[in-house]
Design a protein around this ligand. Structure first.
Ligand code: SAH
Length: 491
């Protein structure tokens, strides 16, 4: 099979700004070659089995020389692999994307380019600066502030001043004093509004709004570091009025999410959209039981049951998948009543055209059990191997016949503790969406003092488990993701 290279722009940092096409390319990649500017949240989207090659460039020295990067791309594609070359922002804007395609074109290897959201436009946007505005300017200029090693800047400041347009400088942190000096010497007003924005679009974004004259000192005092962009022009005055990102309710808040990888997305996405800095730390995994004679036997005789009960979204997913694989379909549960532990599980049922007949008022196993106290059996419980015994107790007490079938096992994962420890030290809150995520979290950090951690728990059972390990807790009012997020906002 012939390999290929897709040059993908990863955007400025916020994973939400990776394009749809970029996401697709990443999900199919066998090899991903990436830069320093690509954020961890985007690297988390790289499939586990794909090989990751870090060719990250440091500001002063190139970690992997450009020549060698070109060779790596050529070699991997020639070996028949699907290669994604992931670059910060847009690959063709000061990204050397052109140079990297040169060899591939010569060798006749197929390649594609997926443009990215460039930092030059998006970073100002996240700082409340529209790069053009009819009242202020009629052009935009994007300039590199990087000079070839040992050489002086070769920017025509007079020409830039004459345009009267907004000026955006990339790679300009170390040259900031020279850039401002150059513009002042070219006759630009010392009071011209100017800004520098560091780590734009990420939860650690910082912005400084100043004037052309005062910016270098302000940046030095604030210890501004790369990556940062410099914006010069009257549009900078709008920054205060249009600032939306810095005002997000969870802006700058550090959070650790411990749910299974396949369930990360919804919670993580919502938290990031609220401005939080989220570390994905999956502590458990849901593993379907491939050999499952008990479930097969139950599916063989579904019509004998009156109720079918699910205690997590994984339940209906695994149940319906197996039903279809066996040659049956949703009609096999047509005569059964369906119970779901909470709204998310009920919503998962609707994906299969099914509606839950019962959802308890409080979304936990105790309340589900109470709500089922008077049902007529037999009941089929389809859930994790290590489930709560509340349901079994109620059914036994009421003489209701039931089968408790394990559909999946909860496995403890060992995520990389090195990534989470600094975040915990920085005061990150940890979200727990089940008692098993607490177990998994504790197991992954042997010997670590957990007494300074605040856990945000989805319900009482989860909170009890956290307390057992000396973790302080706040409990969501309702066992839903929305309520969990509201609890975080209140901390
Ligand atoms: N191709 C990239 C730019 C590469 S040059 C793009 O289209 O965005 C690298 C420079 O981009 C950095 O020195 C910095 O000036 C800018 N940059 C990239 N990401 C940034 C971010 N998140 N915040 C601020 N500046 C950023």
């Amino acid at each position: 099979m012939q390999g290929n290279v897709i040059l993908v722009g990863a955007g400025p940092g916020d994973p939400g700004l990776l394009t749809q096409r970029g996401r697709e390319a990443l999900s199919q990649a066998e090899v991903v070659v990436y830069d320093r500017l690509v954020s961890p949240a985007i690297l988390a989207l790289v499939p586990e089995k794909a090989r990751k090659i870090d060719v990250g460039k440091e500001a002063s020295h190139h970690k992997v020389p450009q020549e060698e990067i070109n060779q790596i791309l050529l070699r991997e594609a020639q070996a028949g692999r699907r290669v994604v070359r992931l670059k910060g922002g847009d690959p063709f804007l000061f990204g050397r994307g052109g140079e990297e395609l040169e060899l591939l074109a010569e060798a006749g290897l197929p390649f594609e380019v997926v443009p990215g959201v460039t930092s030059a436009l998006s970073v100002p946007a996240y700082a409340g600066i529209p790069v053009t505005h009819r009242d202020f300017c009629s052009s935009l200029h994007i300039i590199t502030g990087h000079a070839k090693a040992g050489a002086k800047l070769t920017i025509d400041f007079e020409a830039l001043k004459r345009t009267g347009g907004t000026l955006v400088f990339l790679m300009g942190v170390s040259a900031l004093p020279a850039i401002c000096r150059g513009l002042l010497d070219a006759g630009m007003a010392p009071q011209m509004p100017a800004a520098v924005i560091e780590r734009g679009t990420t939860p650690r974004q910082r912005k400084l709004i100043s004037t052309l004259e005062a910016l270098p000192q302000a940046a030095e005092e604030a210890k501004v570091e790369s990556p940062a962009i410099i914006v010069v022009g009257k549009v900078c005055t709008l920054s205060e009025k249009f600032d939306w990102f810095d005002h997000l309710p969870l802006k700058g808040r550090e959070l650790v999410v411990t749910r299974p990888k396949e369930r990360m997305g919804s919670l993580v996405g919502k938290l990031r959209a609220l401005g939080a800095s989220v570390t994905e730390y999956p502590c458990i995994a849901t593993v379907e039981r491939v050999e499952n004679p008990a479930l097969d036997a139950a599916m063989e005789a579904l019509s004998k049951y009156r109720w079918l009960v699910f205690t997590s979204p994984a339940g209906p997913e695994i149940f319906m998948k197996r039903l279809l694989a066996r040659g049956q379909d949703a009609r096999a549960v047509a005569g059964l009543k369906l119970a779901a532990i909470g709204p998310k599980t009920a919503q998962t049922l609707t994906r299969f055209g099914l509606r839950a007949d019962l959802v308890p008022a409080v979304y936990d196993s105790d309340h589900l059990a109470q709500a089922m106290e008077d049902v007529t059996g037999p009941v089929l419980l389809c859930r994790a191997s290590r489930g709560s015994d509340a349901l079994a107790k109620i059914f036994l007490a009421g003489g209701i016949p039931f089968d408790d079938v394990a559909c999946y096992d909860t496995k403890y994962e060992m995520p990389d503790a090195g990534a989470v420890l600094p975040r915990l030290a920085a005061g990150a809150l940890v979200t727990f969406t089940s008692a098993s995520t607490v177990e998994g979290f504790v197991k992954s950090l042997p010997g670590v003092d957990l007494s300074h951690i605040l856990g945000i728990c989805i319900g009482e059972k989860t909170a009890d488990k956290a307390r057992q390990y000396g973790i302080a807790v706040r409990v969501a009012r309702e066992a839903t993701i929305e309520s969990l997020i509201n609890t975080i906002k209140e901390v």
